[in-house]
Design a protein around this ligand. Structure first.
Ligand SMILES: C[C@@H]1N[C@@H](c2cn(-c3ccccc3)nn2)[C@H](O)[C@@H]1O
Length: 448
């Protein structure tokens, strides 16, 4: 093991109450909102078929024209209560909001820049209104913060000379001041989600990333910080040069999930974040995005996929320029939330089911407190039957289809094929969306 000054601060996952709470949430609502929601992927009458939040870069928009959008950011239809209601409808237990994305615009009235909500027609503190509305509904709030900042004059992608080093030192000082400001203004925040840390400039300043984590945890005890913030003494990111995870959970899964059989990820906390359109985090009005919205059952599959490997799933919403939620995204939230309303006991507070191999037709999850095992069937086989291969020495005693009131265990047909291998006939089991069975198991006692 190398002696690292800025490496991981622990070898094992956190087991304090705040981390257990975050881990048990399993489902979060990501929100990308900023000036980019106004053009929404369209510039000078042309659709730009790329992530809406990247428009200033992709369309090479002059800085002064991008900054002028702040005058149109009127928040005419922004209502934090309605956003929070969408999170409730989704069944989200936490929300992560873009406080500042790569363009440098801040959703709070920051004292350290002029590019913020205070210099827009309404002057409203969007972050303050969101924290109040979400916490009133018992939903934890996390802050996304982009270290990458296309607008700030001292930002550098690489550090070629002393001048670059001096400028970037000024930038890191600015960003640290903003992070202290966020911690001081919104002390009830439960986590920080850092992004934009892949450039050489940041990787060469692992000390700063270590200091940011230390500062936040000193000011907000229990706060949860993602691995994407961190670089170590040698520029290693997420995992330090000794192979240890930095931050409190691994956050490398962006618009992708680990292979469903990759049980190695279950060794640490992790979270995957996902767009509803194919590839835009900010609202994109064009058919390029709007024709690719995910089906609610695809979202349910991803939620169960992440839970089965001990990870959280953060589903992104891109509110429109006027502050209204996109109706199609709200509808998806409602359908997923209705499914969670019936089957959430297989998700919330659940994780990896040790000894239960990936079955192919869906996922096994296990309640971390009770040990109850669930089978989430997201890919019903054409045969109408699923094979349950239990851990060796165990047998299936009964099944209960969640949501089917009055169906005690044993009511659903199944048969032993051999040893610990059972077959369940799904015929007749009906539910809105993927089926979930609670499994009653026991040790094999007599001869089989
Ligand atoms: C969480 C997501 N991370 C941001 C992002 C993604 N990327 C990116 C850059 C190059 C390749 C692939 C992805 N750059 N910034 C997206 O804008 C969104 O905020």
């Amino acid at each position: 093991m190398m002696d690292l000054k800025y490496g991981a601060s622990r070898e094992k996952p956190r087991e304090d109450a705040a981390m257990k709470r975050f881990r048990g949430h399993r489902v979060g609502q990501f929100i990308h909102w900023g000036l980019y929601a106004l053009p929404a992927g369209r510039w000078e009458g042309k659709d730009v078929e790329f992530a809406a939040e990247f428009l200033p870069r992709v369309a090479k928009i002059p800085q002064h024209r991008w900054e002028a959008l702040a005058n149109d950011f009127t928040l005419a239809d922004f209502d934090a209560e309605r956003w929070a209601d969408t999170a409730v409808a989704l069944g989200a237990r936490y929300m992560t909001i873009t406080t500042k994305h790569h363009d440098g615009f801040c959703l709070w009235p920051s004292a350290h820049t002029d590019f913020h909500m205070g210099n827009t027609p309404s002057g409203r503190d969007v972050l303050g209104e969101l924290v109040a509305a979400y916490e009133a509904r018992g939903i934890d709030v996390n802050f996304y913060y982009s270290v990458l900042d296309w607008r700030h004059p001292d930002w550098r992608f690489t550090l070629e000379n002393d001048a670059d080093n001096l400028a970037f030192a000024r930038y890191l000082d600015f960003a640290m001041k903003q992070l202290v400001e966020l911690a001081e203004r919104y002390p009830s925040v439960k986590g920080f989600w850092f992004d934009g840390t892949w450039d050489e400039s940041v990787k060469a300043n692992g000390w700063w990333t270590w200091e940011v984590e230390r500062m936040l945890k000193e000011r907000i005890p229990g706060v949860v910080v993602n691995s994407r913030l961190r670089a170590d003494d040698f520029g290693a990111r997420h995992v330090d040069s000794n192979g240890l995870l930095m931050g409190d959970y691994e956050s490398g899964y962006e618009r992708r999930l680990p292979e469903p059989w990759d049980r190695s990820v279950a060794a640490h906390d992790w979270e995957a974040c996902m767009t509803i359109p194919q590839a835009s985090w900010g609202y994109h009005q064009g058919p390029w995005a709007q024709s690719t919205l995910k089906h609610p059952w695809d979202v349910v599959d991803m939620i169960a996929h992440c839970t089965s490997l001990g990870g959280n799933f953060l589903l992104n919403f891109g509110p429109r320029g006027d502050g209204s939620m996109a109706p199609a995204e709200v509808e998806i939230a409602r359908t997923v939330g209705q499914w969670l309303g019936v089957n959430g006991e297989a998700i919330y507070g659940c994780g990896f089911a040790e000894g239960w191999e990936y079955p192919g037709w869906g996922y096994f999850t296990q309640d971390s407190s009770t040990g109850q095992v669930f089978a989430v069937v997201t890919r019903e086989p054409a045969s109408g039957r699923i094979r349950l291969e239990l851990p060796t020495g165990m047998e299936l005693v009964g099944l209960q289809l969640l949501g089917s009131a009055g169906h005690p265990f044993n009511e659903h047909p199944f048969k032993r094929l051999a040893g610990s291998v059972f077959e369940v006939d799904l015929g007749g089991a009906t539910s809105a969306g993927p089926l979930v069975f609670a499994l009653e198991t026991g040790a094999i006692t007599g001869p089989v």
